[in-house]
Design a binder for this molecule. Sequence first.
Ligand code: URA
Length: 251
Amino acid sequence: MAIDERQQQYLQAMGIQTWLRRDAKEAVTIHAAQTVTVINMPAAPDTVNAGMEAVALPAGNEVYQYNWDQLKNAVQQCVACDLHRARKNTVFGVGNEQADWMIIGEAPGADEDRQGEPFVGRAGQLLNNMLLAIGLKRERVYIANILKCRPPNNRDPRPDEVVKCEQFLKRQVALVNPKIILAVGRIAAHNLLKTDSSLSQLRGRCFYYGPQNIPVVVTYHPAYLLRSPVEKRKAWQDLLFAQAVSRGATN
Ligand code: URA
């Protein structure tokens, strides 16, 4: 993949150094801490299918007929679980409602609860840089979470909260109808794919979500990458893999 100057800057912000061989037309990416290891490009298209799995959606209720305004309003009014009691704002989702890429995270944190927008804190900054590294501005994608309200002290979402909230996310996915869903982190992956497999088992595979069979690729949560920057190299591989999937490499 040819990497232009701007992308190189974002890759550096992700902690990934790029080197351009004099005789090569393409840049190779090398993690700063591993100067001799060239990152492999994503799996060849014919091997991508190996991880195909379908995740069925249950039969719908009226939420599944809502348009965007009705859906936003329903989320704003929602009192289905106790999380509504402490919230400052619901965090519906943001971005291009016709996006090719949908990013799904876990739940709002303190910054998101305050601003009513997903991924606006430090993890959000890194997510923005990860997206820019593959040429995607934040405004071009659609970003949402498994939960629309902040769990206290950022604890993991509870199953009953996920069940009550998931109709909203399912309708968002159906309305956006993206070419790919990037599930960031264990909680997003587990709840979307209804699995408890480890993240390392889920990475590098293509799953399919809902009646529209939307491809899902799993990667690390940016908050985890802030704590474990050495894993950014693998996240970069995941992004390239997701890019190949979004371009139809699985067909
Ligand atoms: N982490 C998430 O998973 N989502 C957000 O919106 C913010 C942090």
